[in-house]
Design a protein around this ligand. Structure first.
Ligand SMILES: [Fe+2]
Length: 354
């Protein structure tokens, strides 16, 4: 169990007198292990999009926060998820994506049905008391949220508390959008720096994203925080620009799911740690069915510019935290409520006894 102690963030103070967490939260191997074991492996994680599993037998395999998984639709069309770890030697039983009627380990040929039961294992005659039911793949809880498929990587169930933000997204017809583009960014910062940046209530937008800010009405910026999620909204005053038309929704679900819904599009960002000081951000862009290729291309370019500005500043924060002179700072009480709640939820998970 990693040591806690003098780096503790005081979650009891009100936002007006609270201080941000110590640099150890963002740099220390102990906190990295807490992030994995108590935060990321125990919460609902986005692993796939419904469109990727659109028929019986479709499967998709990947690795999230160091944990290999496979999600699939069985012959009845029901979603299933398993640890992608063969019960013989731990190798994967599925790679990439495709359509299949069984999962087969490439190493020694152990095969499993789409319910995770061991079907066949070559040359196992002679193993004492062998019962194939004892060697099923480890199942993971799996659920659908709008167009997303989520699992819990440690295999244990927990509540998914996102009703409030889910309703807002449903009102914005997010399930009717079509997944069109995927991109991955690797950042030289702790994963929580990226989340902090997302949850500052638009604080950084006027100075860091000047092109974007010129289209937004900052007097309309609102942040609502819920038990394990938050919603930031802002109205566009760019009447000519269809890209940002109307109200933009920035949804965050603890710990690492960010959903941006604006105009005829949506992008979903998920950040996971690679090490204490590196993270991976995946972006998936959805568009309304009638968006033209040209519109999509322009939108991706604009989105990429914002993302590059964010990457640069997140990496600068990480370097600053490594300075001899870094000290926890105050929160801007009227805008950084989402960030403060994120830190309070992390502190609760770090101190949880389980
Ligand atoms: Fe930003």
């Amino acid at each position: 169990m990693p040591r806690l102690g003098r780096h503790d963030f005081n979650a009891k103070l009100p936002i007006e007198s609270a201080r941000t967490p110590a640099a150890a939260w963002y740099m220390d191997q102990n906190y990295h292990e807490l992030d994995l074991g108590r935060v990321l492996h125990t919460s609902w994680q986005v692993v796939a999009h419904q469109q990727q599993l659109d028929r019986p037998g479709a499967y998709l395999a990947g690795c999230t926060s160091g944990q290999p998984w496979v999600v699939l639709r069985d012959a009845q069309g029901d979603l299933k998820a398993f640890a992608n770890v063969c019960r013989h030697n731990g190798t994967p039983v599925a790679e990439g994506r495709g359509v299949t009627d069984k999962l087969v380990c490439r190493y020694h040929g152990w095969s499993y049905d789409l319910g995770g039961r061991l079907l066949k294992a070559p040359r196992i005659a002679g193993i004492a008391d062998f019962d194939r039911d004892d060697f099923a793949l480890a199942p993971l809880p799996v659920k659908v949220f709008g167009p997303l498929i989520l699992v819990i990587l440690n295999g244990k169930g927990c509540d998914f508390q996102a009703d409030e933000v889910g309703q807002s997204l449903n009102q914005q017809r997010w399930e009717q959008l079509i997944l069109r583009h995927h991109r991955r960014y690797e950042l030289a910062c702790n994963w929580k720096v990226f989340v902090d940046n997302y949850l500052d209530g638009g604080y950084h937008v006027p100075s860091l994203h000047q092109d974007l800010a010129s289209d937004l009405d900052f007097d309309s910026y609102r942040t609502s925080t819920f038990a394990r999620s938050s919603l930031q909204t802002v109205v566009s005053d760019d009447e000519s620009g269809e890209r940002l038309a109307g109200e933009a929704l920035y949804v965050w679900i603890y710990p690492n799911i960010m959903i941006n819904r604006y105009g005829p599009m949506m992008d979903i960002n998920v950040v996971t740690p690679l090490s204490p000081s590196r993270c991976l951000v995946t972006f998936d862009w959805y568009f309304e069915a009638d968006c033209t290729d040209q519109f999509i291309e322009q939108s991706l370019l604009a989105s990429d510019q914002v993302q590059r500005e964010d990457i640069e500043v997140c990496e600068a924060v990480q370097r600053g935290m490594g300075s001899l002179h870094f000290r926890p700072g105050p929160y801007a009480p009227r805008v950084e409520m989402g960030k403060f709640e994120f830190h309070r939820l992390l502190a609760a998970d770090y101190h949880r006894h389980d």
